[in-house]
Design a protein around this ligand. Structure first.
Ligand code: CTP
Ligand code: MG
Length: 434
């Protein structure tokens, strides 16, 4: 059994504030944000850090049990790493209470506001890495965008502050453990005048460095901020991959095989009843008629290329396969040409919310020689599907049923795109209603 090494990083999550400016019924960190307590969102980022950390939740004295339940839910098997302590009257007092129970082996302490509930895990990792690299205090921050004025009590402008020298700082703020212990112990009576940990450390004469923060780490302070957090969560903007996934193309594969209606006499006896009307009429393949070539057997015209393309398109659009859509014995499809299947497939793919990007299909067999009519076949199939179709052919070096001249196989790949504003993949239609 491997024993994980004890963590060397601790994260103190301060969640003991009342949230006066939010104006909710109870303490801010326990207010729901899209149905889950703000603290739960905040801890989700903490537990997604790349290295496990000791986690200390500082909660209002009456809500330590609630905080424990939330932390256990997020931590899962790592719940042994979590402690909950009661906070104090000011943020700094709460930080001091958390700091008092940091474990012995911890080298680096991060202090994080539960109110910055959407802070990505990468921001925690970046702060830890920067503390390690510099040995000094690290604070994530963003450039200030607004023009900042200094004003007096009557609202008169006294001057403009040079914003190029300003940073709006966030949390987590990270420090070497010994440094934070020493500074907090020396600070004595901790009031709300100090609103962050970097201020204490800097006031004690130690360097604190700003690294790039993240817009998602904004602090939920007012009802407007809460609304913003809810909209971001609802739109999944915290996970931009969702939108990209919807826009991504989808691929599908289709394979079809048909035997020649009359197999070469040397290798195979004709199947009973195989020499039907189709074999007399000649071969149909890739939507084209090939007079003089041996016909393929099948309920329809046996056009393996068209059928493989239909299967690839249906699969890409999540609509099942050709057997499920068209059935294998519909009397209306006796002798039907590939074009009939392709047009109906295209209609269904469009109805399900997709357009065709392109189709590639390879024919495997000894004959017919495709090259002389490749352009003609590509133009015909591409015209039906209103998308580029490329056709290639190969033999199998005399191996297998294709090598023995018993039949033809076709393998198709199709790419489809979602049409904007349409629902996407629909449910398979299992009956033929053309
Ligand atoms: N905090 C704390 N203990 C306090 C005060 C604040 O743990 N006595 C925490 C808050 O829970 C919050 C973080 O410090 O996660 C930042 O504080 P702030 O956003 O100001 O929260 P509140 O003090 O709760 O809000 P308000 O100032 O509007 O009352
Ligand atoms: Mg406050």
């Amino acid at each position: 059994m491997t024993v994980s090494p004890a963590p060397v990083v601790a994260v103190i999550v301060v969640a003991a504030g009342s949230g006066t400016r939010l104006g909710a019924a109870g303490p801010k960190a326990f207010q729901p944000v899209n149905g889950r307590p703000m603290l739960e969102h905040a801890l989700t980022g903490v537990f997604q850090m790349s290295e496990p950390a000791q986690v200390i939740v500082v909660a209002p004295p009456a809500l330590e049990g609630d905080a424990r339940a939330i932390a256990d839910r997020v931590a899962g098997p790592l719940s042994g790493l979590v402690s909950v302590v009661a906070g104090g009257d000011s943020r700094q007092e709460s930080v001091a209470r958390g700091l008092a129970i940091v474990a012995d082996g911890i080298r680096c302490v991060l202090v994080h506001d539960a109110a910055r509930a959407l802070t990505p895990a990468a921001q925690f990792d970046a702060v830890v890495a920067a503390v390690r690299a510099t040995g000094s205090g690290i604070v994530p921050g963003l450039a200030v965008i607004d023009t900042i004025k200094q004003v007096d009590a009557d609202g008169r402008i006294l001057g403009t502050v040079d914003r190029s020298e300003l940073a709006a700082v966030q949390t987590p703020q990270g420090f070497p453990r010994d440094l934070l212990d020493q500074v907090v112990a020396a600070a004595g009576d901790l009031t709300d005048a100090v609103t962050d940990d970097a201020a204490l450390v800097a006031a004690a004469g130690h360097p604190v460095q700003v690294i790039a923060g993240d817009q998602l780490a904004f602090k939920i302070t007012t009802p407007w901020d809460l609304r913003r957090a809810e909209l971001l969560l609802a739109a999944d903007l915290g996970a931009p991959d969702a939108a990209a996934d919807r826009a991504a193309p989808r691929v599908g594969t289709g394979v079809d095989v048909h035997a020649f209606a009359v197999a070469p006499a040397t290798t195979r006896d004709p199947a009973p009843g195989a020499a039907d009307a189709a074999s007399i009429a000649g071969l149909w393949l890739a939507g084209l008629h090939w007079p003089g070539e041996p016909a393929l057997a099948g309920h329809s015209d046996g056009d393996a290329v068209s059928h493989a393309v239909c299967d690839a398109l249906l699969s890409a659009a999540g609509l099942g396969d050709i057997g499920g859509v068209f059935g294998t014995s519909d009397a209306r499809l006796a002798g039907a040409h590939g074009e009939v299947f392709l047009r109906e497939t295209l209609r269904r793919v469009g109805e399900a919310g997709f357009r065709v990007g392109n189709v590639s299909v390879q024919v495997i067999g000894n004959r017919p020689k495709l090259a002389p009519r490749r352009d003609e076949a590509e133009a015909l199939l591409g015209g039906i599907l209103n998308a580029p179709v490329s056709l290639s052919a190969t033999t199998t070096d005399a191996l297998g049923f294709t090598g023995r001249g018993e039949g033809i196989a076709a393998i198709a790949t199709a790419l489809v795109y979602r049409l904007p504003g349409l629902p996407g993949a629909g449910s398979p239609h299992l009956s033929w209603d053309a």
